[in-house]
Ligand binder design. Structure first.
Ligand SMILES: Nc1ncnc2c1ncn2[C@@H]1O[C@H](COP(=O)(O)OP(=O)(O)OP(=O)(O)O)[C@@H](O)[C@H]1O
Ligand SMILES: [Mg+2]
Length: 277
């Protein structure tokens, strides 16, 4: 069983501070959900955990089973067992889906070793079938021309093949039709075990109707402002976020409101000048 511990994490992009003191602990066997209004830092947190080079951590720690994650390169994090199913999976023309997955699996093995091709194909075929994906999807270029729902299913396909210790699924439900949501939900639920810690980022309760969560966190202004059980999600679904904003005393939930305001003001001044007003 693995444990990911995030303590007082601050991170910025292009000099803008986006994460402002995130604390979170996820262990194998647990499923956590993070909710929160748009632009509050949820995907940024996922990117920072995975080591996206655009983000700079300025304070705080991330450890996986005591190992310093922030010291690891992106590929080392993946090898250590971290996985991210992205909100907007990138298209990679020229690399087939199955080659991509095979390479990712091989990179997790000791040097010189590689996955057994026959086993790999059997496992991939089964995963494709489990996810009710089109047979041709493994052989097409990664995400190129995939529909929104196909891209999301494909993230889960990768997760099934890679068997991560800690998996973050960022809005895995967006773009899925109701049948696909059920299929994805069942597949993720079937993967649940003591060896997998899950972090689901979502806007809607309906995902959690299919994948039950033990803990729910709400993110505002770049940090987790409230944690609890499923009751939080039910209330958010029916009432929105105002009650949490009031409870926490936050008016604007976004992380970069000040900068945005300044930009708007500057823009207005420039426009006024240009218009000679
Ligand atoms: N690479 C970047 N460059 C500039 N701004 C960024 C970058 N990444 C994130 N931000 C800004 O940081 C804020 C938080 O973004 P993030 O994607 O983490 O939000 P989110 O909570 O995932 O929102 P959503 O629910 O809409 O997916 C946003 O205002 C966003 O524009
Ligand atoms: Mg997001």
């Amino acid at each position: 069983m693995s444990t990911l511990i995030i303590k007082n994490l601050y991170a910025e992009v292009d000099g803008k501070e986006i994460l402002k003191g995130v604390d979170l602990e996820i262990s194998g066997g647990q499923t956590h959900a993070i909710m929160g209004p748009n632009g509050t830092g949820k995907s940024t947190l996922a990117s920072v955990i995975m080591g996206h080079p655009r983000y700079t951590v300025t304070k705080g720690t991330i450890t996986l089973d005591g190992e310093d994650v922030l010291e690891m390169e992106v590929d080392e994090r993946a090898r250590a067992g971290l996985f991210l199913g992205m909100q907007h999976p990138a298209e990679v023309p020229g690399v087939t889906n199955s080659d991509f997955i095979k390479t990712a699996m091989n990179s997790r093995l000791e040097e010189g070793k590689s996955v057994n091709l026959f086993k790999f194909i059997r496992q991939l075929d089964k995963a494709v079938e489990d996810l009710r994906m089109n047979d041709d999807l493994p052989h097409r270029y990664l995400n190129e021309g995939f529909s929104g729902g196909e891209k999301k299913r494909n993230e889960v396909l990768q997760m099934k093949m890679l068997s991560p210790k800690i998996a973050i699924l960022d809005e895995i439900d967006s773009g899925l039709d109701i049948d696909a949501l059920k299929v994805v939900g069942e597949n993720v639920t079937n993967m649940k075990s003591e060896d997998l810690g899950l972090l689901l980022i979502t806007h809607y309760q309906r995902l959690l109707d299919y994948i039950s969560a033990d803990k729910v966190h709400v993110m505002m202004k770049g940090r987790i402002v409230k944690s609890g059980g499923m009751e939080i999600i039910k209330r958010i679904d029916s009432e929105g976020y105002d009650w949490i904003k009031q409870e926490v005393g936050i008016d604007d939930v976004r992380v970069i409101e000040e900068e945005e305001e300044a930009r708007v003001m500057l823009g207005q001044c420039a426009t006024r000048e240009a218009l000679d007003l």
